[in-house]
Design a protein around this ligand. Structure first.
Ligand code: CU
Ligand code: ZN
Length: 190
């Protein structure tokens, strides 16, 4: 019995060694970007409420001459300002949307205002809700993109319960998440 066990352990060890070897080989291979052959010109996120929230709406991202125009129409908010960001994972599955991770920050910058040069790429500032809880947001952003490391495709839009103070690190202290939506491709051109 003892002999058999050691043979079994020995072969398990060999399997582990060869598995490690495989991983090493893969890590030195170059990652080649996939050529889709089409250029994304418009993207959309449909926002769904988190647990105990009634916030919903849509956000569109449209390529324009000097950047990407963002138009958000959201309802079900409390009157006032609400943090509005792109978060790093396109995963809204958690009831509180924490599955979407932190602010999209591909260049390791501090949190900031949308007009700051040094900011998270995902820092879009605040939505301003009226007395009926409706917010309309429209501006052109020069940091977000549909390609390269600033690409927002497949990431998540998050709306927060509170105001983003645009300075507190690393989140702007905007409180819990009240809506989440994954950004998908809406239109492409050749
Ligand atoms: Cu956020
Ligand atoms: Zn941020």
């Amino acid at each position: 019995m003892k002999y058999h066990k050691s043979v079994l352990l020995g072969s398990l060890f060999l399997i582990m060694i060869s598995g490690m070897d495989c991983e090493k080989k893969e890590s030195v291979e170059k990652i080649v970007p996939v050529e889709l052959g089409r250029i994304v010109t418009k993207a959309i996120a449909v926002l769904h409420p988190t647990e105990d929230s009634n916030v919903q709406g849509t956000v569109t991202f449209t390529k324009v001459a000097d950047g990407i125009e963002i138009i958000a129409d959201v309802r079900g908010l409390s009157p006032g300002k609400h943090g509005f960001h792109i978060h790093e994972y396109g995963d809204c599955s958690a009831l509180d949307a924490t599955s979407a991770g932190g602010h999209f920050n591909p260049e390791d910058m501090p949190h900031g205002a949308p007009t700051d040069k040094k900011r998270h790429v995902g820092d879009l500032g605040n939505l301003m809700a009226d007395s009926e809880g409706k917010a309309h947001y429209q501006r052109v952003d020069r940091q977000i993109s549909f390609s390269g490391i600033h690409s927002i495709i497949g990431l998540a839009v998050i709306i927060h319960q509170g105001e983003d103070d645009l300075t507190s690190q690393p989140t702007g202290n905007a409180g819990p998440r009240v809506a989440c939506g994954v950004i998908g491709i809406d239109e492409t051109t050749k």
